[in-house]
Design a binder for this molecule. Structure first.
Ligand SMILES: C[S@@+](CC[C@H](N)C(=O)[O-])C[C@H]1O[C@@H](n2cnc3c(N)ncnc32)[C@H](O)[C@@H]1O
Length: 238
């Protein structure tokens, strides 16, 4: 295991272990119930994908969105770098065995090749993961995505905007919501980051949205928060 693989795995696994061991699942800000919002997300990418391919939820966390996806797509795979959260996802989701849960590090090129060799081309759903990857590692993250998509897969990426941090601070004044130390205080900017990470000579932009949001768990006042987000639907130009 190389150092990069170790670092993400150690940090995220210790975060998720703490959450699971202390029964704090309800305090993870982004773990919203999928029923109200994930349907909207599906409609953003479903028109563009080949539905015969499996759908991979990359960085699935405790898998709420993943198991919702499994009600809508034939084959769904949920992967995360943290063994603790993958175990938790396997045990806590009522998916009737429809999700294939696996430990996978998106920064390990060998793991990406092995998964693609086994499964073939896939569609990929990435929700709020890009911003937790260090800038210096993002090229590798995108390269993994390219390997997994192959020639036929489509990518749906929904990410926090650069304004998201200010919003999140404003809803967490009492500090009751726990964040992993590894979360980067940078969001994704469709206008500039899209061209840096998904340049138009290599990627075809199928759809995008600037003014969407990622719902939170219910906050102090019982209302669900809306973290500013944006999304891209992309395919490789081969
Ligand atoms: C902010 S959470 C989002 C979780 C999930 N997508 C959701 O929306 O509920 C980021 C997730 O990315 C995972 N992660 C971080 N680095 C990763 C890596 N290198 N490979 C795979 N997963 C990773 C973390 O363990 C964590 O579950």
């Amino acid at each position: 295991m190389n150092q990069k693989t170790m670092r993400y795995r150690q940090h995220w696994d210790s975060y998720w272990r703490h959450i699971v061991d202390n029964n704090l699942q309800g305090r993870v800000l982004w773990e919203s119930e999928p029923e109200r919002f994930a349907g909207e997300e599906i409609e953003r990418f479903r028109p563009f994908i080949n539905q015969d391919l499996p759908l991979l939820d990359l960085g699935c966390g405790s898998g709420k969105q993943t198991s919702f996806m499994a009600q809508h797509f034939n084959r769904v795979i949920g992967v995360d770098v943290s063994p603790a959260v993958v175990d938790h996802a396997r045990q806590s989701n009522d998916d009737n065995g429809r999700v294939d849960w696996r430990v996978f590090n998106a920064l390990n090129a060998d793991e990406a090749v092995a998964l693609h060799d086994e499964i073939g081309d896939m569609n990929i759903y990435v929700r709020g993961v890009f911003h937790v990857i260090d800038k210096k590692d993002r090229e590798q993250f995108v390269s993994t995505i390219e390997t997994l998509l192959g020639t036929e897969g489509t990518l749906y990426l929904i990410e926090l905007t650069v304004e998201a941090l200010t919003y999140v601070r404003s809803i967490n004044r009492d500090g009751s919501i726990r964040f992993p130390k590894v979360v980067q205080p940078t969001g994704f900017n469709n206008a500039s980051d899209q061209e840096s990470y998904f340049p138009s000579e290599r990627w075809e932009l199928l759809a995008s949205g600037e003014d969407v949001s990622l719902p939170t768990i219910p906050l102090e006042d019982g209302k669900v928060g809306a973290v500013p987000a944006n999304y891209l639907v992309l395919r490789r130009k081969i």
